[in-house]
Design a protein around this ligand. Structure first.
Ligand code: IPM
Ligand code: MN
Length: 365
């Protein structure tokens, strides 16, 4: 296979964890005789300081030409972020426009912790039981994040307002993705909502339940979002399978899920659109540890596995990466974020040494 890949390194630890992912792409290229042509482009807060925009036109053109996009986390330390005008901050000025541009409506955020790695979790091993394996699917281009934002005209009329809107098409397409996935995996599909209060959630759930009629073979459940937050900590395994969440609920509960399995460094993601997709870790750019070569590359490298599997249809390649990642943990290799979690004889590696071992294992088997 021959593909064009745009590489947006981002800020903070972005360039370090992206560098490890690029090594992994090289290993897959070599092992499977693919040809990937990588084009780097500025994106995020550092792009704003370099080019005056967090998502420069040149980057848009490179992404338009690419088959798939790899994106590192973005954002700098508070003092630097304060020097960026609100509309050019990377969240509003880069990430949301990237999602909109390619209509990447289905955000896959797998939450995986096998039984053997239960000690990574702050929860007791008996709660992790046989392991957590939840695929959270977050709607990514609708809802309150993309609704109109209004701010009060003056201080004596101070108010602000964010509109939340979902229409039938927006809900239906992501619900289909979630049910298809649950059918493929042979699991249940759990819909998360707040239909006891929100009109958008009542509507969301009605559409999801209409779609459910086409999937009588897929066990369906629904849960209020506040209860889901509670249950995720008390008994996360009950959600093994697929969970479908609208944009903001998905943002919040996927971070919580990172906490449940022990680190946001264990949260990769793929943002899939009708024509183009991009991959990114679900976490931020950790400016406090940037440049120290201690970041955990798992979420970025796992995102590359998702890229192969979900975006390019290269299942074996994706599986090789997962196997290498989990085998390293099984053998006691960790980066600093997962050190000292009660694993006996853990060997703490730098970001780049961890990446080298992933490559070694991909090529060895
Ligand atoms: C995420 C992030 C983004 C979001 C921010 C950085 C805009 O938190 O991908 O989860 O809210 O979606
Ligand atoms: Mn988030």
């Amino acid at each position: 296979m021959k593909k064009e890949i745009a590489v947006l390194e981002g800020d903070g630890i972005g360039p370090e964890i992206v560098a490890e992912s690029v090594k992994v792409i090289g290993a897959i290229e070599k092992k499977y005789h693919h040809e990937f042509n990588l084009t780097y482009a500025p994106f995020g807060a550092s792009a704003y300081f370099q080019c005056g925009s967090p998502f420069p036109d040149e980057t848009k053109a490179i992404c338009d030409r690419a088959d798939v996009i790899i994106k590192g986390p973005v954002g700098l330390a508070v003092e630097e972020m304060n020097r960026i005008p609100a509309e050019h901050r990377p969240e509003i000025g880069a990430i949301l426009p990237l999602r909109k541009r390619y209509d990447t409506f289905a955000n896959f955020r797998p939450v995986r912790l096998p039984k053997s790695l239960a000690f990574f979790s702050p929860l007791r091993p008996e709660i992790i039981g046989d392991g957590i394996d939840i695929l959270m699917i977050r709607e990514l281009v609708g809802g309150i994040y993309f609704g109109e934002k209004t701010e009060g005209p003056s201080t004596d009329m101070a108010f602000s307002r964010d509109d939340c809107m979902y229409d039938d098409a927006l809900v239906r397409r992501v619900a289909k993705v979630a049910f298809d996935e649950a059918r493929r995996l042979g699991t249940q599909m759990t819909n998360v909502h707040k239909a006891n209060v929100l009109a958008t959630s009542r509507f969301w759930t009605a559409v999801v339940e209409d779609v459910a009629r086409d999937y009588p073979d897929v066990p369906y459940a629904s849960v209020l979002v506040d209860n889901a937050a509670y249950q995720l900590v008390k008994n996360p395994r009950q959600y093994n399978g697929v969970m479908l969440l609208e944009n903001m609920m998905g943002d919040i509960l996927t971070d919580q899920a990172g906490g449940v399995i022990g680190s946001l460094g264990l949260m990769p993601s793929a943002c899939v659109g009708p024509e183009k997709s991009y991959v990114e870790p679900a976490h931020g750019s950790a400016p406090d540890i940037a440049g120290k070569n201690i970041a955990n590359p798992y979420s970025m490298v796992g995102s590359i596995a998702l890229m192969f599997d979900r975006c390019l249809g290269l299942t074996d390649e994706g599986r090789d990466i997962w196997t290498a990642l989990f085998s390293l943990y099984e053998d006691g290799f960790v980066t600093q974020d997962l050190a000292g979690f009660g694993q006996r004889g853990a060997r703490v590696l730098s970001c780049s040494d961890f990446g080298d071992l992933i490559v070694e294992r991909i090529l060895a088997d």
